[in-house]
Ligand binder design. Structure first.
Ligand SMILES: NC(=O)c1ccc[n+]([C@@H]2O[C@H](COP(=O)([O-])OP(=O)(O)OC[C@H]3O[C@@H](n4cnc5c(N)ncnc54)[C@H](OP(=O)(O)O)[C@@H]3O)[C@@H](O)[C@H]2O)c1
Length: 326
């Protein structure tokens, strides 16, 4: 089969389409003819040699797919050939064929295309895990979502809105409209304004009950200062750096703050299967009615994969960047 391969770790110019062995499904897996995959920051890090795939997973880039079932593992009973599915995989999405554990496959809602469906799994599973499982956000609570126009951010806004929370985001100014249209009450231009001051001003000095953070070190102090009593912060990335200089830890103690980091890729199959099932129950009827939608920034033909990586690394996207696989 054809797949996107890496000539040498480094820049996007190292990506090219070449030949690779077609995978075959294990007893509890499906073989999928991939029609679309989506970019994730993890792909850009793996391309540079900074994020090796977990043992046993495909070394080919691509953590999510949308496509058609073309073969079933011997123990699979709940899917059939021809079913249209999307889902999270450990690697191997930038290819004509990929395998997925049957318990991680989700039916593509009838109103969505392959390109749209490929933009759901990683960001909705991540946002759902952070908001519903870890942060346990409740109706009428307040949440601050950093990088509000990112793939994960746009999914998080929709989930928090469905729960009935009040939503604040940080994002580049040109991305505010999308966040507000999705349900954010306020968007903060973090390049111009101090987000801690803005959050405290919007909340009468109380702060927010939950934060989803991707920026880490440069935001850490302001984040804990922006949290309310019993506030929860879920850390999903370290995009701004991971070493702290000075830190005043007092707010963690006296506001009883909980901080949890998480990654999705290294979780067990059982964990991912349970998360997939819970996301399905919470979100699938919402996709079918149009209440939830994957926010698609752009669709590239997979021959333009290097350009798609450059675009993501320039922080230009609002929502997901999709690769169409022919
Ligand atoms: N832990 C997990 O389970 C998990 C799962 C999925 C993704 N992630 C991580 O979560 C992060 C967001 O993923 P995504 O796919 O949603 O990202 P994305 O769509 O590529 O968006 C990232 C956005 O973050 C904003 N940003 C703010 N500060 C930044 C900085 N210092 N460096 C780079 N970007 C910055 C930029 O938007 P502005 O123009 O608004 O600044 C940028 O466009 C990534 O780091 C990804 O690896 C973690």
């Amino acid at each position: 089969m054809k797949a996107v391969l890496i000539k040498a770790f480094g820049g996007p110019e190292n990506l090219h389409i070449g030949n690779w062995e077609k995978p075959s499904p294990k007893p509890q897996e499906l073989l999928i003819k991939v029609h679309a995959t989506a970019l994730n920051r993890a792909d850009t890090m793996q391309r540079k040699g900074q994020y090796p795939p977990p043992p046993g997973d495909s070394p080919i880039l691509g953590l999510e797919i949308a496509g058609e079932v073309v073969a079933l593992g011997t123990e699979v009973t709940n899917w059939k050939i021809g079913d249209k599915i999307c889902g999270l995989i450990g690697g191997g999405g930038y290819a004509e064929y990929a395998v997925i554990p049957a318990a991680q496959a989700l039916p593509i809602p009838e109103n969505l295309t392959y390109e749209e469906a490929a933009g759901i799994p990683e960001v909705f599973l991540t946002a759902f895990q952070a908001i519903n499982w870890i942060g346990k956000l409740k109706k009428e609570e307040r949440i601050l979502i950093h990088a509000g126009a990112s793939g994960v951010g746009t999914a998080a806004i929709q989930i928090a809105k469905a729960i009935g929370a009040e939503i604040f985001v940080t994002a580049s100014k040109g991305k505010h409209e999308t966040c507000l249209n999705l349900g954010a009450a306020k968007a903060i231009d973090y390049k111009k304004d101090n987000f801690q001051e803005q959050v405290l001003a919007f909340t009468d000095g109380k702060g927010v009950d939950m934060i989803i953070d991707f920026i880490a070190a440069p935001y850490f102090q302001q984040n804990i200062n922006s949290l309310n009593f019993d506030g929860r912060m879920v850390m999903l990335a370290l995009m701004g750096g991971f070493k702290l200089g000075e830190l005043n830890m007092l707010p963690i103690l006296f506001k009883r703050i909980k901080i949890q980091g998480s990654t999705l890729r290294a979780r067990t199959l059982d964990y991912k299967a349970k998360l997939t099932k819970d996301l399905y129950d919470f979100a699938w009827h919402r996709f079918e009615t149009g209440e939830f939608k994957p926010i698609i920034d752009s669709v590239y033909d997979w021959t333009e994969v290097a350009e798609a990586h450059r675009y993501m690394e320039a922080n230009k996207n609002i929502g997901k960047i999709i690769l169409k696989i022919v």
